[in-house]
Each structure stands twice: as C-alpha cells, then as structure tokens.
Design a protein around this ligand. Sequence first.
Ligand SMILES: O=P(O)(O)OC[C@H]1O[C@H](OP(=O)(O)OP(=O)(O)O)[C@H](O)[C@@H]1O
Ligand SMILES: NC(=O)CC[C@H](N)C(=O)O
Ligand SMILES: [Mg+2]
Length: 505
Amino acid sequence: MCGIVGIVGSTPVNQSIYDALTVLQHRGQDAAGIVTLESNRFRLRKANGLVRDVFEARHMQRLQGEVGIGHVRYPTAGSSSASEAQPFYVNSPYGLALAHNGNLTNAAEIRETLFEQTKRHVNTTSDSEILLNVLANQLEKAPSYPISPSEIFAAVREVHRVVKGAYAVVAMLIGHGIIAFRDPHGIRPLCLGKREVAGKTEYMVASESVALDAVGFDFVRDVAPGEAVYITFDGELFTEQCADNPVLTPCVFEFVYFARPDSFIDKVSVYGARVRMGVKLGEKIKREWEDLDIDVVIPIPETSTDSALEIARTLDKPYRQGFVKNRYVGRTFIMPGQQMRRKSVRRKLNAIRSEFKDKSVLLVDDSIVRGTTSEQIIEMAREAGAKRVYLASAAPEVRFPNVYGIDMPSANELIAHGREVDEICQMIGADGLIFQDLEDLVAAVSEGNPDITQFESSVFNGSYVTGDVSQQYLEYLEGLRSEDSKHQREIQQDLANLELHNEGV
Ligand SMILES: O=P(O)(O)OC[C@H]1O[C@H](OP(=O)(O)OP(=O)(O)O)[C@H](O)[C@@H]1O
Ligand SMILES: NC(=O)CC[C@H](N)C(=O)O
Ligand SMILES: [Mg+2]
C-alpha cells in the first residue's frame, strides 16, 4: 500500500518526515526512504526495513534541508530489493525525486515507449521508477526556467494521459518545489496540511491525515482526484485540476484494512466507517443466525477491534479481548511471501484460555483474504478449549485480484475465489461463517461522506474502474507476481544485490 509524505518547511524537516513515516508504517513495512534537499543537492537514505531501523542517527544528520519527501514501501510491483525502495531519483530535468503509492496497470507498455521514444532507461523493475521518468519527460518539455506553475500542471496533465492505474505521488524538483498529485479516480489517498512556524507557512502532503496530526500540521483538505498541488520552495501554494474527467472512486479496502482508524480519508473517518461496518454486520448476524448460541464476541487483533465491539453491542453479547497481540510483530498481510505470513500469525497472536474454555465464540476479522489468519486463529481458539467457533468478516468475500496497490495478483491465492461460504467455512475449520454484504460495506463507508458515489471495490466485485484491466492483463500479472511464479523468484534473485542508490551504509 505504501505511505508517502512531503514537506516544504522553513526549518529542518528530517525529524518531521521521520515521525510522519513512523505513523504511516502500517502502510508498508518492507523499505523506507527519505530525500531532503540542501544547497541544491539531494540527500538520500533508503533501505529495506522499518523506519526505526533504516534511519540511524548518522543518516538523520546527513538528511539536512528544509524540504523533503519520504516513503514507506509495501511492494506491489517489481521486487522487494533495496534498489526498489523509494524515493527514486533522476537527474534531468534539474534533479527530480519521487515517491509513489499505488500501482500502474500499463507499466510494461510505458517502459518500452520510454526507451524507444524518449531514450530513457529505467534501471529497476519498479513501476514507480517508470512513473518518475514519465513525469521527468513531461517536465523536460517545459520551455521556461524556472518552470512556471502552469507548465508544471501541464506536465501532470500529460502524466494522466500516459499513465493508467492507481497513483498518489509526491515529487521534489530542484530549483522549484514539491509537486503532489492523485490519479483521476483518487484510488489512493492523499491530503494536504499546513502549519505556521515563526510567521511562515509550511505545507505538508501525506497519504493519511494521521501523519499531519503526528507532526503538528493542521489538516487543510484532501487532494482531489486528478488534482495537482505545487508548493514552491518559497512556500507559495498552487493547485489545479489536471484530469479531464475526474471521478472520486477511493479504494474501499483502505477503510476495511489499510488505513489507520484515526485517519480521515476523503472526509470519512476510518474509525467511524469500521464502527458502521460492525453495526451492519451485527444486524445481518441477528437476522441470519437468530438462534445461534454465542457466548462471547472476540476480535482478531488488531484491525477488526472497532467493528467487533459494535457487533457485540448490536448482538448484546459480551466483548472480550481473547487474543493478545505481540506488539513487536508487524502486520501479517503486508509481509512478502506466504511462508513468512503463515509463521507470523502464531508469533503475533496468542489466546487467553479462560476466554475460550467451554464457550461458543464469535471471532471477528476485518477481512479474510488468503485465509492464513482465520485458519490458524480458529485452530488456536479450539486449542484454548472453545466449544464452538464462529467467524464473521467485516468485509465481503475477497474474490478477485487487485491491480491498484494491494499485493493480491493471483485469484487462486484467495480463499473465496470460486468458492461459496460453506466451502470456505469448511476450509478454515469454522462452525459457522458469515460475510458482510458489499452493499452494506459501501453504505458503511459512504455514510461518512454521501458525496462519494462510487468506490474501487474490484477485490469484491471484479470491476476495475480504470477500464483497462482485461483478462489477459490479469493472466500476465499472475504469471509475473503470483507466489509460485518462477519469474517472480528470478527477479528477486537477480536484483538482490543491485543497489544503485549507493548510500547503503
Ligand atoms: O486472510 P489473510 O490472508 O490472513 O488476510 C487477512 C488478515 O490480515 C490482516 O491482518 P494483519 O495481521 O495484516 O494486520 P492487523 O494487525 O492490522 O489486523 C487483516 O486484518 C486480517 O486479519
Ligand atoms: N503499495 C504501493 O503503493 C507500491 C508502490 C509501487 N508499486 C511499488 O511496488 O513499490
Ligand atoms: Mg488482522
């Protein structure tokens, strides 16, 4: 999913970007990077690992400057090698660095045309490096120096024409400022904040509003789909709509799982949406499982807790934290590789036996994707003495691959793909299983902002809003990125030691 941040400040920004990345860590645990600008030179540190491990004191000291951008990565294209950590950099025009959240659906075609038509070489298998070069190529066409705001916006307009897929972007152009934009559907989130420091206005853009809160910026607004924001290094703000037909279609899975509950995305409180998901699912359980013997409702930490509490309230049953989460283990779902994900469930969660012993328990999760978590959790509940184990999912069945920045490239890896509820229930070993209806999920989110009339819900309904995702593309993606794809393993091996960025130590 990735988290991005950019700050145009009037005092050093290294610590603020670091702090912002720390609160965006839930969006990407694989790699982190910061680029700052000092005396017209970029300072870069990026590597694999969590924010706290990537940036040591000596790196922070080098990251001087009053403007900068940062990224935490969850790979959804290319490899997880350090060479594909972000931000990426290209030296022309003027020096440009970029960080991207999302995933392009036409990266392979663009790679070819970039080489043939613009003589631009892309050194990694990352779609974000392609996006950087598309932007650089468009900015290079601007005749004036410095490039004017309207020329910057014209370049973004062209990027929208060339690039397809999901992209929330922050870029920094030497001699100019920070440019941020969101794809014409606004699939991935991006917001703008500001603060006053010693009479000067500082601006910040970030994936989630929680990053603004963490470093003392006031939320101004969400960046609109298709819109670009340009903040000069003098602190002047310019904005313009750069897409022909922008339609806000945010990813509904941000509200289900990805975002932090204390964030607002497109004016919707993520926490509020999860509470409403709980109410709606609670009502469905009441309707459909009228006579079910449920003694207690137990969330599967951490993301499901807000919904689970509401389910318990709606059902008028006790709510208990029956699983303890090891705070030193990160999110399972965004780990690369099924083996690692499987192992981490038991390292992460442990049952409190007294909450299970001789009870009929209703476990609640926010979503069931590969079934890695639910299968093991149900086993753990039984080992802890549960009499019966039911499971409720606050999201509907995840049946289709995602192409917009969630690493689910292969339908066959999804437990609900081609299966009905009974079969899934059997596979995970539950005594009963119930999913939220898509209609209710959409209502739960849009009640927070009725102006949102559609969501990117492809993982649930197989409808891809960018209109360019064919069966052929999905097959290509599966061949490229699925767990057992040979090609995927080759990429990982080939790129393991390719580290052009060069500030590794
Ligand atoms: O069916 P699966 O493939 O296992 O995926 C779904 C699970 O993964 C996520 O948890 P995760 O541990 O990533 O994060 P969390 O602590 O935020 O709940 C999500 O909350 C579900 O529990
Ligand atoms: N999850 C994301 O937003 C990933 C960004 C980009 N596609 C990458 O793989 O690095
Ligand atoms: Mg979870």
